[in-house]
Design a protein around this ligand. Sequence first.
Ligand code: IVH
Length: 706
Amino acid sequence: MGAETPVDDLTEAEARKELARLAALLAAANRAYHADDAPQISDAEYDALKRRNSAIEARWPDLKRADSASEQIGAAPADGFAKVAHEMRMLSLGNAFSDDEVREFDQRVRKYLGLDGDQALLFTAEPKIDGLSLSLRYERGELVQAATRGDGAVGENVTANARTISDIPTRLRGAPDLLEVRGEVYMSHADFQALNERQAARGGKTFANPRNAAAGSLRQLDPTITQNRPLRFFAYAWGALSAPLAQTQMGAIERLGALGFQTNPLTTLCRGPDEMIATYKRIEAARATLGYDIDGVVYKVNDLELQRRLGFRSTTPRWAIAHKFAAELAWTRLEAIDIQVGRTGALSPVARLLPVTVGGVVVSNATLHNEDYIAGRDANGNPIREGRDIRVGDWVQVYRAGDVIPKIADVDLSRRPDDAVPYVFPTRCPECGSDAVREEGDAVRRCTGGMICPAQAVEKLKHFVSRAAFDIDGLGAKQVEQFYKDGWIREPADIFTLKERFGTGLQQLKNREGWGERSAAKLFEAIDASRRVGLNRLIFALGIRHVGESASALLAAHYQSWQAFEHAMTHAAPGEGEAWEELIGIDGIGAVMARSLLNAFAQEAERASIDRLVAHLDIQEATPRGDVQSPVAGKTLVFTGTLEKMTRAEAKARAEALGAKVSGSVSGKTDLLVAGPGAGSKAKKAADLGVEVIDEDAWIELIGAI
Ligand code: IVH
């Protein structure tokens, strides 16, 4: 690729832009992949985006966006299946793309656990199956529920379908009373081909690749269809359990095998990175002959006690990583460049391509990022692709890595048509005609139309009704788009006056395609129910730039009531004063986000629209964060000095998992200082401030063992 500015060369302003761009790309990619089962870019491409995102976040932790893709997994359940809350979240995996990154993974794990280089640390290595994950719940040996991953917390109940898969036992002998088995549903190459031939023969839908075929087959509302689709299942993990399966990963896999599950025969125990990499090479060499798709190798710490200690980051375990296979490329013709306008007005160029198969997926769209990218330069004006610009009519190299939005990596000048002209990026919004301006230091050109721009208004509305926001049953992206077109809903507040404005017009709705008496009544009921909304959801739903789901939760937990939040947003002055200090003092809220919040509340039109909305709502106050069961919940802790029984990272992660906030410095807000040997100025300051100080043993006792 090499077309992007290396992360190390980015300025802070560019990094911020880049994170915004990556967030948009990744969100679209996630939707296409998880919700629509129609991936538009490859796994490798997706991973490349995600990896760049993480690399930038690692360098500028303060710029991490609340809607960062590193915090998100999967997408909301599709309509039609009952939702299932997973007792234990279904997680995703961090990625490694090179041998060095595998070695770094080993080092990270060792460092976290405080292991020396000469202490043994075993890992399992196994193929990463390219299917979709499924959680099977057995109670007293009976299969009682099967659920897809969904967004990790809530999936779809596909029990009836799972029962038709012959690799999935419906009854187990000798299993713990409660056992959730997790693994991958997939389709073999041979079965995929036969299915597509059958489908084509009877004029049905054919699938782009085995993964899509597996997903489409499992997520059939009619289980008799699933029954006729040859799905398979490999077990590789577990969720809730009433008794441990074994002491090691390998032991647990063997136990799952003994219980009647298919486990992957290539699973290998490795003594460190050399053996892991050797196993990766062996599995990669076998890839073409396996008869099913794999997209990498997963390494897991073998000792389950160490897995427990390592625990999880927000969406990925610290004890496992996926070592992905390299990306795939193809050449095709660029037929047109379209401009899409997003919720915040960003104009994003999309390449329309002569459809081409890249790694099993037919690609007809790809991102072109921004105008500089098309022109062959980066945000600093330095050449990318050695300065080659991209023109309509060009032959371009499409790149898929990971599995979502494809990207144009390069252009073949030798095949450029004589009449190809440089692309001129629009300076007016193609949707509303308003000026599209590019602010200094911003790689993105934005429409200045605000809510008068139909594209922005619709995207804002879509965001408003999305799962993490108002999540109104019966009012999804499609309906919002339709209602906007019909002039029924122009801004969020309109949703709540829909029923009264309709009056007898209810008839209008009922007469529309897709709407009947019951669905219309249900919609109004769902709208009414959604008036009662948590403060965090409301803040997120406002769709303020940079303010994602987790930042909204932080803001809600901090201000607790709408009145307090609104007061702060109205009275804080950007960059100065107490209210500003308080806002940016919230752990996880940076200056960029804070400015964006204040800016939204200072815009007259936006503010008025917020006020109109709030008048219809019953906003629930937030409770402070934390697990009430834990003695440190809601407290602010500081660690100082040397910890001997757990590393600093582990102590911090444990404290956070118990609902505490960990800060780097002692202040009046500190509740507890955990001081190991060598504690210096922090211990003194704590003493001066009258903050409670405990040693490591007391800390371990407080949280209940290691
Ligand atoms: S372990 C806590 N092992 O990859 C980690 N996942 O990118 C649980 N996957 O959601 C996952 N093969 O759907 C694991 N051998 C394997 C896998 C595997 C495929 C999928 C799984 C997961 C995704 C993460």
